[in-house]
Design a protein around this ligand. Structure first.
Ligand code: NAD
Length: 508
């Protein structure tokens, strides 16, 4: 532990007071009717970061009925794309103006480094602007070759009221992958952030009001999966659920939403492999593997938590990754130079540690780390950079989402074997290939089961590039034009030109 790069002091300014996060229902920022709140203690600093109103069925019902009324009377869905885009662009400006305020709360509640919170919150403005551009440019299709007397037009219409439920690992980013796209499409929304990270979503309410979003178009209810989340997924007045979170909760949502046959879009977990061939640029590959496993302390659906390295280079490659891991700055997330912060909760840190201990018991070798990390002045809610070698495909650490700074190393000899190891998982979110041979890269890209495949890079993302998973990583897509289309229904308009229709009933 001595030879790790640990930062204990801080550069960012702590807020004077805990943030008071409240619901946003029918245009009003309000407390719960029963006055109950929940406290979020910062995992890194142990201080009270926020107090959030704790929603009940009463607030959830009120939010859903406000969204339903707002959709049905057309106050938003019947505006032009241009007018909707104007509001979304104003929200983007306000997000940028509030970047530091948002980032500090994101860091205190989640434990992630302030530089990443700034990138996540400020950078989210681009998602709002991209969604605004789709509000003006998306269109349906026309069919002008169905016969001289027929014109067919397929129009896109907003799907209706959308429940948006988000996790704690990228609270503001994931919110911005969903909400502006739903709003751009003309939908109205009820949003629930994770109970662990409610504040930045609650702060957005102030910006929506200032940007001129009509009351009731976006409603935010703070609270737990039960009762708030479950009512948002079962209520008859909700037309669609857009959920990001664990596969277990995603599966539960398909059941609760089934009675009313809502559309359900799910962004779930991943066990994402990077495959490294001997002809790759190994310096770049080692850096990308290090980034892929430690970014957001590995609490990332896209974490490259397993690598599949060619046997001939495995020892050298692991040695490079271990050397780089020692240089990564772990520690106080309120310091600008910190790259890896705290684990979100004590229970989660335990879970990560259990995966490593179980792998060790099963014969894997821990080449680096493998235990909690104590940061001077902040305590031990951190985890060491950890590399586990000699992992076999049957071990839990090779198959399940560890969601921590823990890399599992597997090896291969042939492309077929690499692809079969990569596909040997219940998940299928993302995958990566490192090779200078274009044929190897193309074949891998075609045969690997994943929603996104990175070639000689890792985790590059763009609002234009749609995102989502196959197998148990989810259903539906987010961002890009495909993500936008999730919030739309299509309707076929078939129109006869002139009185050419042959009567069906004949005179006898
Ligand atoms: P989680 O499933 O525990 O919670 C996610 C959200 O669902 C929270 O807001 C929670 O309150 C709510 N919830 C809990 N039970 C519910 C229920 N019965 N009905 C409705 N809502 C309910 O997930 P988490 O621990 O917050 O996040 C981590 C998980 O999210 C990981 O599995 C990760 O891979 C996944 N994730 C996926 C993506 C992606 O894009 N694929 C992105 C980020 C995170």
């Amino acid at each position: 532990m001595k030879d790790l790069n640990i930062i204990s002091d801080q550069t960012a300014t702590m807020p004077d007071q805990p943030y008071q996060a409240r619901h946003f229902i029918d245009g009003k920022i309000i407390d719960s009717a029963d006055g109950r709140t929940s406290d979020r203690i910062s995992p890194s600093h142990g201080v009270l970061a926020s107090q959030a109103a704790l929603g009940t069925a009463k607030e959830t019902e009120a939010a859903i009925s406000a969204a339903r009324r707002a959709f049905d009377d057309g106050r938003w869905s019947q505006l032009s794309g241009k007018d909707r885009a104007t509001v979304l662009n104003k929200v983007a400006d306000l997000i940028e103006a509030n970047e530091e305020r948002l980032a500090v709360l994101e860091t205190l509640e989640s434990g992630k480094p302030i530089s990443q919170s700034r990138g996540e919150c400020g950078g989210a403005a681009d998602l709002w602007r991209y969604a605004a551009s789709l509000a003006r440019t998306s269109h349906g299709e026309s069919h002008n070759a169905l016969g001289n007397d027929i014109l067919g037009v397929v129009v896109k219409e907003p799907i209706g009221v959308v429940s948006i439920i988000t996790p704690w690992n990228f609270p503001f980013w994931i919110l911005s992958q969903k909400l502006p796209f739903a709003l751009a499409a003309g939908c109205t929304c009820v949003v629930k952030p994770s109970e662990v990270t409610p504040s930045t979503t609650a702060m957005l309410a102030e910006m929506l009001v200032e940007a001129g979003l009509p009351a009731g178009v976006c409603n935010i209810v703070l609270g737990y999966g039960d009762p708030v989340g479950s009512l948002m997924t079962s209520h008859a007045d909700v037309d669609m659920v857009s959920f990001t979170g664990s596969t277990a909760v995603g599966k539960a949502i398909t059941k609760t939403s089934g009675d009313t046959l809502k559309k359900v879009a799910l962004e779930l977990g991943g066990k994402n492999p990077q495959v490294i061939f001997p002809d790759a640029n190994l310096e770049d590959a080692a850096d990308a593997v290090t980034f892929g496993v430690y970014f957001n302390v590995g609490q990332c659906c896209n974490s490259s938590s397993r690598i599949i390295v060619h046997e001939d280079i495995a020892d050298d490659f692991v040695a490079r990754v271990v050397e780089l891991s020692r240089k990564v700055a772990f520690g106080n997330p309120m310091h600008t130079d910190t790259q890896v912060g705290a684990i979100v909760t004590a229970d989660h840190r335990e879970k990560i540690d259990n995966y490593v201990a179980t792998a060790k018991d099963a014969g894997a070798e821990v080449c680096l780390g493998g235990g909690p990390l104590s940061v001077p002045g902040l305590g031990d809610q951190f985890y060491q950079p950890t590399v586990v070698c000699g992992v076999t495909p049957d071990m839990a650490i090779a198959r399940e989402e560890v969601f921590g700074p823990v890399l599992s190393v597997l090896t291969f000899r042939t492309l077929d074997e690499a692809i079969s190891l990569a596909n040997d998982a219940e998940y299928g979110l993302s995958a990566g290939i490192w090779s200078e041979n274009v044929h190897t890269c193309l074949e891998f890209g075609r045969r690997v089961q994943a929603g996104t495949v990175w070639t000689n890079t890792w985790m590059d993302g763009f609002p234009e590039m749609t995102f989502g998973g196959v197998k148990q990583s989810g259903q539906g897509r987010e961002i890009g034009s495909y993500g936008y289309d999730e919030f739309l229904e299509v309707k076929s308009l078939v129109m006869r030109i002139g009185r050419t229709r042959e009567p069906w009933v004949r005179d006898s």
